[in-house]
Write a protein that binds this ligand. Structure first.
Ligand SMILES: Cc1cc2nc3c(=O)[nH]c(=O)nc-3n(C[C@H](O)[C@H](O)[C@H](O)COP(=O)(O)OP(=O)(O)OC[C@H]3O[C@@H](n4cnc5c(N)ncnc54)[C@H](O)[C@@H]3O)c2cc1C
Ligand code: FES
Length: 273
């Protein structure tokens, strides 16, 4: 069903595949009309259990990991955190879930092509950057140079990075336990490499607030146009509950913004983090 006043689709979507990455991370493929409208950085709300009468949990938000508009498929990468994601981990091919999307505002369309994009992802915060990178490469080819800074707890948590291979020019990996790449924070690597980038570089990041704070300490947003994808807790995903508000500054004024409507991708310097 396509809702009346928007391009949002509400649909019972069939699961077309499950790819497991270790115990707690998995990738679900859904057959859905949403694929034809999904922009990089937008998200979907997914019903955790097939029977919402016996498992009355609110839908949970997930960004697009990959999208095939022609085939009518979307992929979402999920890490088990609590009951909703645990129930989703039990899904099998052929099962159906109600899905709403595409929702929110994703990463900005680039009218001109700056050559360099830095993308910083922490844990499943890496998820949007496959779709973002693929889309940039499809539109601009080699003119869009993508530098992915990936952070995770261990090498398992970043093992799906092989999917990004064809779309990323430079990959920098950091893990907490040192099992892959630099041992420590991904922002340590960013600090080291930042002087190599020209001023018109765009920086996109998604991950925990601590990572955003570290990025803001390192970079000058006047020189690097910086966008953060916020992963606040969301109960509805379309502006009705005010559960996802973030503080934003516009000039002298501070106000509350619903990150599901005005985001999840927002200009870093407007955010009070
Ligand atoms: C726009 C958006 C896109 C997202 N994309 C992805 C994605 O691609 N892959 C993915 O795995 N997750 C993503 N998330 C986070 C995901 O929605 C939550 O992990 C999920 O809702 C948790 O549900 P749960 O029932 O399993 O856990 P709950 O029982 O609701 O919570 C379990 C634990 O997880 C924490 N938690 C819940 N929601 C969030 C959140 N939004 N951010 C950080 N911690 C949270 C809780 O504080 C609690 O400690 C996204 C969130 C948003 C808002
Ligand atoms: S999640 Fe309900 S208003 Fe944003």
């Amino acid at each position: 069903m396509i809702t009346e006043n928007s391009k949002t689709i509400v649909e019972k979507a069939k699961c077309a595949g499950v790819r497991r990455i270790g115990e707690s991370i998995f990738i679900l493929t859904f057959e859905t009309e949403i694929a034809s409208r999904a922009a990089p950085g937008q998200f979907v709300m997914v019903e955790p259990a097939g029977n919402s009468l016996t498992q009355p949990l609110l839908k949970r938000p997930f960004t697009f990991y990959d999208v095939s508009a022609d085939a009518g498929l979307i992929e979402i990468l999920i890490e088990v955190r609590g009951e909703g994601t645990r129930l989703l981990s039990l899904i099998e091919e052929g099962d159906e879930r109600e899905i709403i999307g595409p929702l929110g505002i994703g990463f900005p369309e680039q009218p001109e092509v700056p050559r360099d994009f830095i993308m910083v992802g922490g844990g499943v915060g890496l998820a949007p950057f496959l779709h973002v990178s693929k889309d940039l490469k499809r539109r601009f080819g080699a003119d869009a140079r993508i530098h992915l800074f990936a952070g995770g707890r261990s090498k398992l948590q970043v093992s799906y990075l092989t999917d990004y291979g064809p779309y990323v020019d430079n990959l920098h990996v950091a893990t907490d336990d040192g099992s892959r790449g630099h041992m420590g924070f991904v922002t340590d690597l960013l600090r080291e490499r930042l002087p190599d980038f020209p001023r018109n570089t765009k920086l996109y990041a998604c991950g925990p607030h601590g990572m955003f704070k570290s990025i803001l300490k390192i970079i000058d947003t006047a020189h690097f146009e910086t966008w953060f994808s916020m992963e606040e807790r969301m109960a509805c995903g379309f502006g009705a509950c005010f559960g996802c508000v973030v503080h934003v500054n516009q000039g002298e004024k501070e106000r509350m913004a619903r990150s599901c409507l005005e985001g999840p991708v927002m200009r870093a310097e407007t955010l009070e983090i």
